[in-house]
Design a protein around this ligand. Structure first.
Ligand code: ACO
Length: 350
């Protein structure tokens, strides 16, 4: 159920940074962040024209005011390429310096091949190998964790890690339980191997497949391939039990935050910024309350973008970085929860 890739966090020799001691070992350091949101803005009042809902209900139950959706002809790889170019520019490298591209997504351009390969081609990242990871809203955390493992164990210079989704194409726009939540966007980071004491300190990943049917897309896969009947019965749309997911999400996000804190021998007060998956502001507030963590140290942008699944954390990370909310040396916790069920965390010394 649990994979812990943090065994390389070495103590107790080395520098003391806010109570944490680490040896100078190979570390994966984020040297560039980027994001891209499609131009089309969908307001709550626009949704109230499609389904029986209201701006008040959506904002008070989710914290969402508006979200972005792709325009016709715009695909996941287009969003991801724009986000990646921003991250590469900040990192000061060109695409042909990349060794690998890992994409967290559950809404790829095509079932075959991976979006990673399409993005590699569009970026001109000729040297990189590329693949996708499907872990629902935890897709970026899973991808970052796998990339960190590559950086530490292989002789890779730079890895591009992307979280991107086009959920507007798998939503039933007549289902008020899902269409008010989900949206489109992309975020990316460039990871570099470094021997400084900053970078990714730990990653923790979890899954519990027995809850697979709390959030899933019944049709379009090999168990129910696309056919006339699957189209007619709407099998290609997301199905979600939001209420049950809500309760499990609060518990899982709290537990995985505490796991990262205990593993690194710090306290919750040592965290400078918490960037949780942007699923619902009430989930974020409930977890912050249970952890006795001040909301001033939480980064939330769900009001602007809704739930962009695997894209939500890299978009928020890029915004926080560009707004100057993260300073060198800060301890930043990322954690997410999503379909699978999956959940996990990444703790970073910035
Ligand atoms: N507008 C108005 N009323 C609504 C709407 C709507 N959009 N949606 C539901 N309602 C109604 C329900 O029918 C119900 O009415 P009833 O009391 O007459 O039966 C009432 O509102 C309450 O419904 P709940 O489902 O209990 O509402 P809740 O407060 O739980 O909010 C929501 C629903 C927003 C979906 C919430 O449960 C949620 O955010 N869940 C978590 C979603 C999530 O985290 N997904 C996982 C990650 S995503 C990923 O992995 C891709």
């Amino acid at each position: 159920m649990c994979a812990n890739y943090s065994q390389l966090t070495v103590r107790p020799k080395g520098a003391d940074l806010k109570g944490i001691k680490y040896l100078a070992i190979n570390r994966a350091k984020i040297v560039g962040t980027g994001s891209y949101l499609p131009q089309n803005v969908l307001l709550n009042k626009d949704l109230a024209e499609l389904v029986d809902t209201s701006d008040d209900w959506i904002f008070s139950r989710t914290g969402i005011r508006e979200r972005r959706t792709v325009t016709d002809g715009e695909a996941l790889s287009d969003l991801a390429v724009n986000a990646s170019k921003n991250a590469l520019e900040m990192a000061g490298i060109s695409a042909d310096e990349l060794d690998a591209i890992i994409v967290g997504t559950c809404t790829p351009d095509l079932p075959i091949p991976s979006s990673g390969c399409l993005i590699q081609d569009k970026l001109g990242a000729k040297r990189a190998f590329a693949f996708d990871i499907a872990a629902g809203c935890t897709g970026f955390i899973y991808s970052l964790s796998v990339a960190e493992g590559f950086v530490k164990s292989n002789n890779f210079g730079y890895i591009l890690v992307i979280g991107a989704e086009v959920l507007s194409k798998v939503i039933n726009w007549e289902d008020r339980g899902t269409c008010i939540l989900f949206a489109d966007g992309a975020g990316a980071v460039v990871l570099k191997k470094d021997q400084e004491e900053i970078g990714i300190l730990s990653t923790h990943l979890h899954s519990n497949g027995s809850y697979w049917d709390l959030l899933y897309q019944p049709g379009g896969g090999s168990s129910k391939p696309a056919c006339r009947q699957s189209i007619d019965d709407g099998s290609h749309y997301l199905k979600m039990e939001g209420n049950r997911l809500f309760k499990i999400a609060v518990k899982a996000l709290e537990e995985v935050a505490l796991e990262a804190i205990r593993h690194n021998n710090i306290t919750i007060n040592d965290l400078d910024l918490w960037i949780p998956h942007q699923a619902n502001i009430r989930i974020i507030e409930a977890v912050a309350q249970r952890l006795a963590f001040p909301m001033e140290k939480v980064f939330a942008n769900i009001h602007k973008y809704g739930n962009t699944s695997a894209a939500s954390i890299p978009i928020a990370l890029d915004e926080a970085n560009r707004e100057g909310r993260i300073k060198k040396g800060d301890l930043v916790l990322l954690d997410a929860f999503g379909a699978g069920l999956t959940w996990g965390s990444v703790l970073i010394r910035w």
